[in-house]
Design a binder for this molecule. Sequence first.
Ligand SMILES: [Zn+2]
Ligand SMILES: [Zn+2]
Length: 186
Amino acid sequence: MLGSLSAVFHSTAFTVARDLALFCVVLLWLGCAFWTHRDAKRRIDDLVLVWTATLLGLFPVVGPLAYLLFRPPETLEEARARGIELRALETRLERREPQCPLCRTAVDAAFLICPVCTTRLKKPCQACKAPLEPLWQACPYCAVPVKATGLRAPATLELDTALTAEIASKGNGKARAGRPRRAAAS
Ligand SMILES: [Zn+2]
Ligand SMILES: [Zn+2]
């Protein structure tokens, strides 16, 4: 019985089978470590962290499993693609079509009024008739300063003259009414 067992253990077939099994285990172990290293390189930008992950992957079975639990969810390639996509979306949003502030109709940059609701969008330059933004102080096409015209300008002008007139009349009134008022106060 023992003799036959020892014969089995010392047979060439057993040695070959044992070496093959050992070889497979070592191959699996190194393969796992190599996979961990390659995966870490795809996901981690820091070389020190990559080699830390590789060392972790060298622990049989537990190492690669622990790495799987804590590895970054996104590869560097995916992160880069997402960044590019995000930037493209941002530029598309920035370059969106101008629209009427009132009825949201898509309008051309050269429109003076909204063709749908007739809202005043821009005013023409007095010199070259180019459409100007309401905040612009001078025409960027012909460099002529924007004169205070339009709907609000006359009103402010009128208000100005009215105020000047009032101040002037008050000044006169003060000069005339100065003495009696002071007398009344004392
Ligand atoms: Zn409109
Ligand atoms: Zn102009």
